[in-house]
Design a protein around this ligand. Structure first.
Ligand code: F6R
Length: 240
C-alpha cells in the first residue's frame, strides 16, 4: 500500500475532502459509502462547506454507510446514522431517496441484513471511505480466526468497546454487537480511501507494513483492493 503522509489532521482532512469533491465532480451520481468516527469529523465539516460554496453537488450522489450499532435507532445520538445526519446529510443537498443506511434497531435484523446485502450486490460502489480501528478493524470487522465476507452481525471486541466508549455516557452503554459490511463487500469498491489520524493508530500501521494478510488484522485485506488511497497524518505514520 502506498501512503500519503500529511503534517496533521487538518491537512489529512483537506486532502480527503478534496478527493471526494473531485470524484463527485467527475461522476455526479457516484455511489459512496460513508464512515463515522473521530477521524472523519473535519472531513465532513469541509464537505459541508464545499457544498454550501457550490464546489460539490450531492443531489445525485447515492449515500450509504458501512456499519451500525445493533439495537440503536437513527435518533440515538451515538448511532452512526445520527452521526451522518448531523455531520453531513442534514447540511447538504442529498436527496433522502438516495440515502440508505443500516437500520440498527430493525425488528427483523436478519431481513435487514439480507436487504442491505442485496443493495450492496446491486451497487456499483465508486468509493468507500473508512477509518481504521486501533486493533486493525475495518468497518466493524474485528480481528478473529476467520472473517465474514458479507454483511453480518459482529460481536465487538473489548478494545473497540473501550475505544468507542467516548461517544456514550458510560462504557456499559456501548452495544456489544454491530452490523457491518463484510470484507468482500468492502473490497468490491472501485476505490477505497482510508484516513487515519493520531499516535494511537501508529502500531497498526507498523503491523500493516509487511507483505502478508491475516484475519487477525482485518485491514491487511485492503492490500487486495482494486485501488486504494491511504491518507495518514504524521503521528499515525510515525512508526513507518
Ligand atoms: C466507522 C468505521 C470504523 C472506524 C474506526 C476508526 O464507520 O467503519 O472502522 O473508521 O473505528 O474510528 P475513529 O476514527 O473514531 O478512530
Amino acid at each position: 500500500m502506498d501512503y500519503i503522509i500529511t503534517d496533521n489532521y487538518e491537512t489529512m482532512s483537506e486532502l480527503a475532502a478534496s478527493y471526494v469533491i473531485d470524484l463527485v465532480n467527475m461522476k455526479p451520481d457516484a455511489t459512496i459509502y460513508f464512515p463515522t468516527g473521530g477521524s472523519t469529523e473535519l472531513m465532513y465539516e469541509l464537505l459541508v462547506k464545499a457544498n454550501r460554496d457550490g464546489r460539490i453537488d450531492f443531489s445525485q450522489v447515492k449515500a450509504r454507510n458501512l456499519d451500525e450499532y445493533f439495537g440503536l435507532s437513527s435518533e440515538h445520538e451515538a448511532s452512526y446514522r445520527y452521526f451522518l445526519n448531523k455531520r453531513l446529510f442534514e447540511h447538504c443537498n442529498f436527496r433522502s431517496c438516495n440515502i440508505k443506511t443500516i437500520k440498527g434497531n430493525a425488528l427483523n435484523i436478519e431481513a435487514e441484513i439480507a436487504e442491505y446485502q442485496e443493495m450492496i450486490n446491486n451497487d456499483e460502489i465508486d468509493l468507500i471511505i473508512d477509518g481504521i480501528g486501533e486493533n486493525g478493524h475495518i468497518g466493524f470487522n474485528e480481528p478473529s480466526n476467520s472473517l465474514n465476507l458479507y454483511t453480518h452481525l459482529e460481536k465487538l471486541s473489548a478494545s473497540t468497546i473501550a475505544a468507542n466508549a467516548r461517544f456514550f455516557d458510560r462504557i456499559s452503554d456501548v452495544p456489544e454487537c454491530a452490523i457491518t459490511m463484510g470484507i468482500a463487500d468492502i473490497l468490491k469498491a472501485n476505490i477505497i480511501m482510508i484516513i487515519s489520524s493520531g499516535i494511537k493508530k501508529s502500531d497498526v500501521w507498523l503491523e500493516l507494513n509487511n507483505k502478508t494478510v491475516s484475519t487477525m488484522l482485518p485491514a491487511s485485506f485492503l492490500k487486495l483492493a482494486k485501488k486504494i488511497t491511504v491518507i495518514l497524518d504524521k503521528e499515525s505514520a510515525m512508526k513507518l
